[in-house]
Design a protein around this ligand. Sequence first.
Ligand code: GDD
Ligand code: MN
Length: 394
Amino acid sequence: MTNHEYTAPVPGLDAVEVPEPGAVTIVVPTFNESGNVRRLLQLITESVPARLPCEVVFVDDSTDDTPEAIREAAQDCPFPVAVLHREEPVGGLGGAVVEGLKAAGSEWIVVMDGDCQHPPSLVPDLVATGERAGAELVVASRYIEGGSRAGLAGGYRVAVSRAATWLTKALFPRRLHGVSDPMSGFFAIRRSAVTPDVLRPLGYKILLELAVRSRPRRVAEVPFVFQDRFAGESKSTAKEGFRFLRHLAGLRTATPLARMIGFGLIGASGFVPNLLGLYALTALGLHYVPAEILANQLGVAWNFLLIEQLLFRDRRAHRRGWDRLGRFALLANADLVLRIPLIALLVDRFGMGALPATALALVLTFVLRFAGTEALVYLPRRRAGNRTTARRAV
Ligand code: GDD
Ligand code: MN
């Protein structure tokens, strides 16, 4: 995959020293945390190995001297420490965690931040709870009794985190049943429950990705107090917030039915620019017929932008932007042009009333437009290789 530079683990992480099953691999994603890693390893040393054999794998995308700081601090650790430095930070924080999950050797894996906001003393408890409850995933939650988000800096972050949690739970009521804190970056998962091939991490919310796509069978929670950062600053930015929304949209529209619903909602939202455009153009003195036509293009452009960003983000590569826009606009306008004759047909030939005929025509052209958009704009063109796989799959 990417150019991983596997730094010789300290002390050597070779096959002999990979812990027995029942032990834990602690995966820590780091991005410029040189001021924190020594403290983190200290805290782990104080609270984990006496209760549970462990190894630590840092997955690092830093541009500073974090890998060196880890190597140095690791010399004082009574457990194996490995640094996996990525030259290309594919998938950001979530991508890093997945690399760590793949590299982990033990039965349990605990993922935690590198800035000491997650108390390492909880690592053995997470694993013990998982063993006791027969769970595949154990989430350290700020939102159950005994937990708190004390270290979440500022009212703004708290409000954003609340809203994000609420939205996420509302979008995945079943998959996140029993998970009070899907935004948590601190959790334990059984290695057998991780399915790296279906994961497509994007940014911060790797727990959400795992809970939705890997579908762990039983989930448990342990309360924890989100601490203050030890050193440095949060790496989360507004850009990360937009990435999160894209991630949510991608997760929610993984099936054709969900995509169709998303397509419909985006289409409905297109009325706003459409009507605003109509209002502006007629106010400027344009006749309402050309104004309608132009304003409709505004709605089409709006829909196209949202659909590209939220629904078909991963399926754009096989056609150029103009090609996709042209095809999309053609389908959208064909829908409009075809609707009236279709209504006339339903009324004259099939004797339907104007209202039900219009409703039916709207639904029919909508489904056709959705199917057309999938098939003609975003479906990858078939290559010989694809066909072979398809045949084998049947
Ligand atoms: N490898 C890698 N690559 N690590 C990263 C990257 C990246 O692109 N971005 C951030 N990290 C590391 C940081 O170095 C840190 O160890 C950890 O991921 C969390 O990053 P922070 O920047 O400290 O995140 P936060 O404190 O704002 O957010 C944390 O709490 C949230 C809950 O409010 C994270 O755990 C979030 O996942 C969590 O939702
Ligand atoms: Mn943090």
